[in-house]
Design a protein around this ligand. Structure first.
Ligand code: SF4
Length: 294
């Protein structure tokens, strides 16, 4: 035993020496919680780096071909909503027939309204007529309503959707008017509408853009197809996601015209089958035609 050890043993007495406790390990710094990167920000950044100017090129080329599109109110918002429900999975011309039948079967005494279909609309435009009496529709017998809207296609499904939508609006608001939505910020108004079962971002955006000029982009199958083909959207982005990609890519005052001209382009040139590439003003930058297009 060394002298120092002997002194220590003596001071504590025999058998009482306790091994010194190991000092506690220093606490590890808390791991920083890593947020998943926002896929929309990632995409828009990548698009700007790898294909600079593509968004502006697309908008300008389409405006040159189809013209600039000043906003005009198409219909009152409740009529716009019901008309949009009637267009789901149906041609716009058939939705028009069903909507005109609704107006004839359940007329209101309100002043005649003009339909301003604009170039993005695929039908002939509604005849002038007073808005429908939505309360009369809501209390109509289900089978009767189904017969009235039958020309629009899928009448059972759409009658259910229309009745549930009208009931919910009245329960929340006391009547069927949706004019209050025009006073709300665009995304809050969209959230209000999409909280109604069966109303998605597309229907909500159509209503808010066409009835109030709110800066929202409605993505229907034409817009979705053209945008994917050109490469404005990631290949895996769903049509639902595409709404928010467009909100990040476009300036608020570009959305209405972008919607109208992309729809028009999808209808007249970039068809689902046999797109007419040779007539297309986007061909030089279209990834569908050339996977390496700039
Ligand atoms: S080049 Fe063809 S695929 Fe591309 S946007 Fe034009 S029509 Fe559509």
């Amino acid at each position: 035993m060394t002298a120092a050890a002997a002194r220590a043993a003596h001071a504590t007495g025999p058998g009482t020496a306790t091994p010194s406790k190991p000092s506690p390990k220093p606490a590890r710094p808390a791991k920083k919680s890593r947020r998943k990167p926002d896929p929309i920000k990632l995409w828009t950044g990548r698009l700007a780096r790898q294909r600079p100017g593509l968004v502006r090129f697309t908008l300008e080329a389409l405006a040159e071909r189809y013209g600039h599109q000043p906003w005009v109110r198409r219909l009152d918002p409740t009529s716009e909503l019901i008309l949009t429900i009637l267009t789901q999975n149906s041609a716009d011309t058939n939705a028009e027939k069903a909507f005109e039948a609704l107006r004839a079967a359940y007329p209101s005494g309100l002043p005649v309204e003009r339909h301003n279909p604009g170039p993005g609309w695929g039908g002939d435009g509604l005849a002038d007529g007073a808005p429908t009496d939505w309360m009369a529709v809501e209390i109509a017998p289900f089978e009767e309503l189904v017969e009235v809207i039958r020309p629009g296609g899928l009448p059972n499904q759409k009658a259910k959707g229309i009745l549930a939508t009208l009931r919910l609006i009245r329960e929340r608001r006391g009547d069927h008017s949706l004019e209050f939505l025009g006073e709300m910020p665009a995304l809050e108004a969209r959230d209000w509408l999409t909280s109604i079962p069966g109303i998605g971002k597309k229907t909500a955006s159509v209503l808010l853009a066409f009835s109030f000029g709110l800066p929202l982009m409605a993505v229907d199958r034409h817009v979705d197809r053209v945008a994917h083909r050109v490469g404005l959207l990631p290949a895996k982005a769903s049509a639902d996601d595409a709404h928010d990609y467009f909100l990040a890519m476009l300036e608020p005052d570009e959305m209405y015209e972008a919607h109208v001209n992309l729809i028009r382009h999808g209808r007249v040139i970039c068809h689902a089958r046999n797109p007419e590439h040779e007539r297309c003003p986007l061909i030089d930058r279209c990834r569908f035609v050339n996977p390496k297009a700039p």
